[in-house]
Design a binder for this molecule. Structure first.
Ligand SMILES: Cc1cc2nc3c(=O)[nH]c(=O)nc-3n(C[C@H](O)[C@H](O)[C@H](O)COP(=O)(O)OP(=O)(O)OC[C@H]3O[C@@H](n4cnc5c(N)ncnc54)[C@H](O)[C@@H]3O)c2cc1C
Length: 402
């Protein structure tokens, strides 16, 4: 195992850190102010376009794509990990660098499974940062952590597919630039359980697509949204099928591996930022005659945070290295492992950081409370902890089965 970072990665690390210091951190409050001033919690603050232009000018664009294609040179997962971590320190950095969920996963599957026409119509503008996308799988009526239960119907009718379904928590669908949804549903309910599902590309403005409401996360109305929506007799041409009929489950697996590790990489960055805030506050605040930084309990939190962040980072690096060297499938145990370990680790660090801040820690005056809400939600998104534990346990038990 070689964890040394390539010269290209080190160079990008330096450039990205500089971009964060010069542009992203100062823009965080401007982004919030512009969002509030617009009167629409789902508007697109103009500062984001300035950040995107700056990031692109500096070559900090589409860093996530591991495949060498006509659009990018491709970075290995190991090289991307420290970069995603830096972006994860701020809630606005990933979008600025065109590296944000759910677009990264969607762009990756369009790269892998899209036809040349689909790539021209959707992938190209996504890579250019002109449009956004969403991934629609979860349904209120069924236990969606088990994707075989999905009920949305995708019925072939002549040269079209007709889609009927009810989805919720569809992230990104409130973004004013969201133009396309990758919808998962059943094309053949009578096929074997893992061959029933397919994925189709549905334009956001297709007749029959209705946004019912946005779901709040711990009371936060996230700008990009997590939408409840219905599909009523929505027609798309058969050319909008991604991959093959019945291939939806396999594509979901291909999408979720990279998507999950990206979440983990970014979450390590969020934990690092929380630890930095914890330490700065511990130096600045002195109840009962001495700085909090000199209290043993706070020192224990700081030490545990450092130990746990570093453990999580190297576990994530290991998963990334396996993906690079043995393929995404070979790394599935480790991807499940980090998906459980990293958000739980980060929640502990953020909780301690909030505690050191006193009341301010749960307010809007630090990024901690919102960070906590989002990372707590990550324990469901892209598979709840229990489902990842289940797949790890099954494989482990199988090794020792009598
Ligand atoms: C902020 C946010 C954003 C999201 N974004 C998207 C998105 O963009 N697109 C999308 O399609 N979905 C999205 N989701 C939905 C997410 O993927 C689902 O919530 C998740 O798959 C779980 O499905 P469910 O909510 O139906 O829970 P259920 O399937 O009803 O499961 C409920 C609980 O059961 C437990 N459980 C499940 N299986 C087992 C088991 N084998 N053993 C023990 N316990 C178990 C788990 O604790 C689980 O939380 C998002 C969710 C959140 C919170």
């Amino acid at each position: 195992m070689d964890f040394s970072l390539s010269p290209r990665c080190q160079e990008l690390q330096t450039q990205l850190t500089q971009f964060m210091d010069d542009h992203v951190y100062p823009a965080e409050s401007v982004y919030e102010e512009q969002l509030a001033a617009s009167g629409d919690p789902h508007s697109h603050p103009p500062i984001m376009e300035d950040l995107k232009a700056e990031a692109r000018g500096r070559g900090l664009w589409n860093l996530f794509l591991p495949h060498k294609t006509e659009w990018t040179d491709g970075l290995s997962n190991v090289d991307y990990a420290p970069l995603a971590e830096i972006m994860g320190r701020s809630p606005i950095a990933s979008e600025a660098c065109n590296c944000s969920a759910p677009d990264t996963g969607n762009m990756e599957i369009l790269t892998m499974f899209g036809t040349p026409e689909q790539q021209e119509r959707w992938l190209q503008p996504l890579l250019e940062g002109e449009i956004r996308s969403a991934f629609a799988m979860t349904e209120p009526a069924v236990a969606s952590s088990d994707a075989t239960t999905i009920e949305c119907s995708i019925r072939r009718d002549g040269d079209d597919y007709v889609i009927n379904g009810h989805k919720w928590f569809i992230s990104g669908a409130m973004h004013p630039r969201c133009q396309v949804l990758i919808v998962m549903g059943k094309t053949d309910p009578d096929a074997p359980p893992h061959r029933q599902q397919s994925m189709v590309l549905v334009p956001m403005d297709a007749p029959g697509v209705t946004v019912l409401r946005n779901m709040l996360v711990f009371g936060y109305d996230d700008a990009e949204g997590h939408v409840e929506m219905t599909f009523e007799d929505v027609r798309v041409p058969v050319a909008n099928l991604l991959g093959e009929e019945g291939g939806g489950f396999a594509i979901a697996q291909a999408r979720l591996g990279p998507g999950r590790i990206h979440h983990c990489m970014r979450t390590i960055g969020a934990a690092e930022r929380a630890l930095e805030l914890l330490c700065r506050r511990a130096h600045a605040r002195s109840p009962f005659g001495k700085p909090l930084a000199e209290q043993g309990v706070v020192q224990t939190w700081v030490a545990d945070a450092r130990i746990n962040i570093d453990q999580a980072r190297f576990y994530t690096f290991y998963a990334a290295w396996l993906m690079d060297t043995a393929g995404n499938k070979a790394a599935r145990n480790e991807i499940s492992g980090i998906k459980v370990a990293v958000p739980n680790m980060a929640l502990r660090v953020i909780d301690d950081a909030m505690q050191v801040h006193g009341a301010m820690g749960v307010s809007q005056d630090t990024p901690l409370a919102r960070m906590f809400g989002w990372i707590r939600a990550l324990r469901f998104a892209d598979g709840p902890d229990e489902v990842h534990r289940l797949s790890i346990a099954r494989r482990e038990l199988r090794r020792w089965a009598p």
